[in-house]
Ligand binder design. Structure first.
Ligand SMILES: *Cc1c(COP(=O)(O)O)cnc(C)c1O
Length: 365
């Protein structure tokens, strides 16, 4: 028998989450963001569920090739644009729309020989200070692009740094609106958090939104709101089984570094899942885990291939009992990836992206 750990992807959840994202901006078109191999879910595994999207956004050219190989003929957007001049050949050949965020990318375009003119998304750095032209330099970049025969359509784009938090998006949105007021072109603004939390339709022109994490059923603003609050369904389950049980006496310790010491006699279960599977090594004692669908907690340091859980709430549990690290238990109980991430001091995004290649992945029918 193979080691009992496995992940399951739930396409029906992805499909429902896309519909949920659409409802948040019914007049906008939706880029399904599938970078990082669809946030660890696997582009090929979620492709059918996302066919109803208006386009796919990603940053790896190879992932763009994979989408075309799946038969997707609609829009694809490279979120970081070309990395070097010759990437533009692939953009021409595969008809990839691409972000332009710096002058070097405009230089490459102006030297590029193309049959079909390119669709570009001109990115403004409205305060994130990662990619893009500042509002002061945006117009000049737009003018340069407009003059190029290699370019036939320029959309205007920016990205929010605090859509999920207290600072919000107003300051960046104002900078974007001000600097683009009299420029032609579609507007592409909003990640999942901005889409869900700041329904923008009434105030601003919103032609495209870029939905990522919401598609995968994680709340962009956890713990303020949960995935359930946003009516998002988990798209990934990580599950395993108990492979051993230990009876501890008061004072016995568990695992490396003896981090957990039993306060009283107790049973613990050893789970075939460790950090080499993508489970966060920094998860502390108390991190939630489901055993036979019953909520219990991690005890002791996570090791490479195993972790231990308190069996006090599940006295019937034994070798072979089901363990859900996150997602949906076979009996229907849910454990949010966001809760596990929060306990471990990270975010759902990181856990899904970190699912290790050694974990076999199945797809729900
Ligand atoms: C990843 C990404 C998104 C999607 O963000 P989520 O928080 O996952 O919705 C949107 N826009 C850009 C530019 C991105 O890089």
């Amino acid at each position: 028998m193979p080691r009992p750990i496995h992940a399951t992807i739930h396409p029906a959840a992805v499909r429902a989450n896309l519909e949920r994202a659409r409802r948040a901006a019914p007049d906008a078109r939706v880029w399904a963001v599938v970078k990082a191999d669809a946030y660890g879910h696997g582009i090929e595994r979620v492709f059918d569920a996302l066919r109803a999207a208006d386009g796919f956004a990603l940053l790896d050219l190879d992932e763009a090739r994979r989408l075309r190989a799946l038969g997707w003929r609609g829009p694809i957007l490279l979120l970081e644009g070309a990395f070097e001049a010759r990437d533009l050949e692939l953009c021409s050949r595969l008809q990839l729309a691409h972000v332009v965020h710096c002058d070097a990318q405009i230089d490459w375009l102006s030297a590029h020989k193309t049959q079909a003119p390119h669709r570009v998304f001109l990115k403004m750095n409205s305060g994130m200070n990662r990619l893009g032209f500042t509002p002061q330099r945006f117009r000049a970049a737009w003018a340069r692009l407009s003059a190029l025969p290699q370019v036939d359509e320029i959309a205007l784009m920016t990205h929010f740094s605090d859509a999920d938090g207290a600072r919000g998006i107003a300051h960046q949105l104002a900078a974007f609106q001000e600097a683009t007021r009299d420029l032609d072109g579609e507007r592409c603004i909003c990640n999942s958090a901005a889409l869900l939390r700041h329904g923008l339709q009434a105030e601003v022109r919103l032609d495209w939104v870029r939905a990522g994490i919401a598609l995968y059923g994680s709340a962009p603003d956890h713990p303020e709101r949960t995935a359930a609050d946003w009516q998002l369904q988990p798209a990934m389950t990580l599950a395993s089984r108990l492979i051993a049980v230990q009876q501890l006496a008061a004072g016995d310790s568990v695992g490396y570094g003896s981090r957990f010491v039993a306060p009283a006699a107790m049973r613990i279960g050893v789970v075939a899942c460790g950090y080499a599977d993508g489970y966060p090594r920094h998860a502390p004692d108390g991190t939630p885990v489901l055993v036979d669908g019953v909520r219990t907690q991690l005890v002791g340091r996570v090791s490479m291939d195993m972790l231990a859980v308190d069996l006090t709430p599940v006295p019937q549990a034994d070798i072979g009992s089901r363990v859900t690290l996150w997602g949906r238990d076979a009996g229907g109980a849910l454990l949010s990836i966001d809760e596990v991430a929060q306990a471990a001091g990270t975010i759902g995004y990181e856990l899904m992206c970190a699912l290790a290649p050694r974990v076999p992945v199945a797809v729900d029918a």
